[in-house]
Ligand binder design. Structure first.
Ligand SMILES: [Zn+2]
Length: 70
C-alpha cells in the first residue's frame, strides 16, 4: 500500500481514504478539509485503481483546498 504524504496545506500526517456512497473515493485531511478530486468506480477492480490514483494525486499535491471564511 502506498504511503500518504503529510497534508500539503496544514502539514499534518492525517490523510486517509474516504469512500463516498460506495461509488467514488478520495483522499482527505480531516483537520483542514483539503481533499483530492473524487474518482468514480463501478466495480471492485476500478475501486482498487481509484484508491491508488487518489493517493497518487494526494502525494503529488493535486488537492482542493476547502475555502473557509476567515
Ligand atoms: Zn490538512
Amino acid at each position: 500500500m502506498d504511503e500518504y504524504r503529510d497534508c500539503p496545506v496544514c502539514h499534518e500526517d492525517s490523510a486517509y481514504l474516504e469512500h463516498e456512497g460506495g461509488w467514488c473515493v478520495y483522499v482527505t485531511c480531516p483537520i483542514c478539509g483539503t481533499h483530492t478530486s473524487f474518482i468514480r468506480y463501478d466495480n471492485e477492480e476500478e475501486k482498487a485503481e481509484a484508491e491508488i490514483k487518489s493517493i497518487r494525486l494526494w502525494n503529488m499535491g493535486k488537492v482542493i483546498r476547502e475555502q473557509r471564511g476567515e
